[in-house]
Design a binder for this molecule. Structure first.
Ligand code: DC
Length: 208
């Protein structure tokens, strides 16, 4: 079974995807990590985020530790969002994601274009979202817990800017696949969101 989980920044899609993977005993890939690793590689090698060619060269992420906490930083996330608009970058990262999705036994992938581009043939597609305010509040609490000195209005502005770039880009923009089930987690606890996602995935939207 292939499960595609898409949605905007801080919607809870990563938490939901991990829980689905655990529940159905499937391997999980957070595809945002590939874009973040490319962004970190670009920063570390002095590349230019405004150059598509420079960013595409940085997709060779073999040297990047995919568990590096720096990958989670807002700076890296911002650059990841900027370079993910480039078709050359998306193309370079596509094969790795497709191979993961198509492995024997299936997989869970979360990102922005899993149900639309990477695995349009997925058995289950979820589009996880929440209001910008709810997402900003969650991200704010998360950053505070990490001991960072952040301001809620700045986090909200960042979320809105990220949404605009992710949905407005020409190449594989963030959008709900026609056959995806919408899961709005604005008013849900983490436990409720996970239980709903498991229930949806238990009744596949298409025959495999
Ligand atoms: O999910 P995330 O915040 O870790 O992703 C960082 C950026 O990577 C996001 O702003 C857009 C990009 N991304 C993408 O374009 N397609 C994906 N499948 C995953 C992430």
């Amino acid at each position: 079974m292939i499960i595609a989980v898409d949605g905007p920044a801080a919607s809870g899609k990563g938490t939901i995807a991990k829980a689905l993977a655990r529940h159905f005993r499937l391997p999980h890939m957070d595809t945002g990590v590939l874009y973040r690793a490319t962004a970190l590689n670009l920063l570390q090698t002095g590349g230019d985020p405004d150059s598509e060619f420079s960013a595409a060269r940085a997709t060779d992420i073999a040297q990047i530790d995919l568990d590096d906490p720096e990958l989670k930083s807002e700076t890296v996330g911002g650059i990841a969002s900027r370079i993910s608009v480039y078709p050359l970058v998306r193309q370079a990262l596509l094969e790795r994601q497709r191979r993961f999705a198509d492995q024997v036994g299936g997989a869970v992938l979360d990102g922005r274009d899993i149900g639309t581009v990477i695995a349009p043939h997925a058995d289950v597609k979820l589009f996880v979202t929440a209001s910008p305010e709810a997402r900003a509040e969650r991200r704010f609490m998360e950053l505070k817990r990490l001991g960072l000195n952040v301001h809620l209005p700045d986090v909200l502005a960042d979320i809105r800017a990220r949404d605009q770039r992710d949905t407005g880009r020409g190449a594989a923009p963030l959008c709900q696949a026609e056959d995806a089930v919408l899961l709005d987690t604005s008013e849900m606890s983490v436990e409720q969101a996970i239980a709903t996602a498991i229930e949806v995935a238990g009744r596949p939207t298409r025959q495999s």
